[in-house]
Ligand binder design. Sequence first.
Ligand SMILES: [Zn+2]
Length: 411
Amino acid sequence: MIINTKNIVSCVLLLLCMHAMRLDAFIVRVCIDEGDTTCCPDNTIVTLRCKGGFIVEDYQNAKIKKSITKDTLKLTLIAGDLHINGKKYFLDCEETRNDEQKKEIHATSPYIRIKPIKEDACIGWNGNRYDGDFVCACDHDSYVLTNWLDSELYVAAVLNAESYGKWGLEVNKAFAIMCRTYLMHTLLEARSRKKKKWYDIKCTNAHQTYNGTHDCEIIWQAVAGTSHIIMGHKGKPILAMYDVCCGGVIPAYHEGINFVQEPCLARRYGCDYCSECKLYRWRATCSVANFEQRIKKELAKQYDLKGSIQSATVSKADAAGGVKEVLIKGNKGTLARVTGKQMYSWFKQIKSQVYTVKKEGDEIVFEGKGYGHHFGLCQWGARSLIRDGKSYKDTLHFYYPGITFMKIEVI
Ligand SMILES: [Zn+2]
């Protein structure tokens, strides 16, 4: 289906912001890896692979560059100095032949851009293939590795990690608009920060999972069929959050989002279309011994929880059932209070924010609804709605009430 162009507002503001920052309008900078040499064997911070080799350029002056015709490029940081394939970093201007001039213009900043020599080649990192270029920024013993690529290529790659090609074209069109909107919201926020970073978005589920390119035809069609379309509210991209299965939890009653800033996340009606998902209702257990060990370790400074744990129950929750506090009782009336966020990060058995806790014999039992944070689009629900005949456009309206479709244009 083609989106009615009357309903699409051009997102000029977005482009003005990008233009002002002197960055290419549609190039996304994705953080692939960051860290320091203490966690790198042999001080090797990055190993890239590319058939046909690489061009390494100075980040600030593309004339300063050199070709590396080997298929592997290894970057090491030794005592603050960057080395490429074992040799100390030095780039010179290929146009210059005079040694004196070479001295004057050699690159001194350890910020390098890495491109494939062959234009249609992908760069390999950690078993995945990536479109676009890589930029590596080093500072003494720390580094940030980023992948710079066209926003539509990024959206197609994210969909492969966050969606399922076999769910069909229409549902992937909905997800393509959602992932693109999430990108644009995050990118605008990143580029308007006072303290700039080397990247716009992370490659993990802290933002959106991104593992490089792929050959899933349906996903490429879904991205092409919704090219540059995003969801907006009052002329700005919305925070298009999404999760795997909402479990029927009503987001407007769930705390954790500023609904004044993000009114399209305040859905006041339920989605029960995800009931086919195994995690619509879930049950998980943890031995009392393991539970006790973790709680005592984490809370040793705060509470003196004596003896063995007698009970654990949810003591505070929001109107949607989102856990705010769990009360744990030890021997002799001792108590400990744990926040919902702490519970979620300490116990991987907990799949979502809405759950109950109880002690049954020598087990702690968690029973909950859905998988994720319960805000925005529910992927299993959207799949079911679209399978039952709803359009991808109406499905997005259902999960994000109040949205307008907008098209990003190059100006
Ligand atoms: Zn749902």
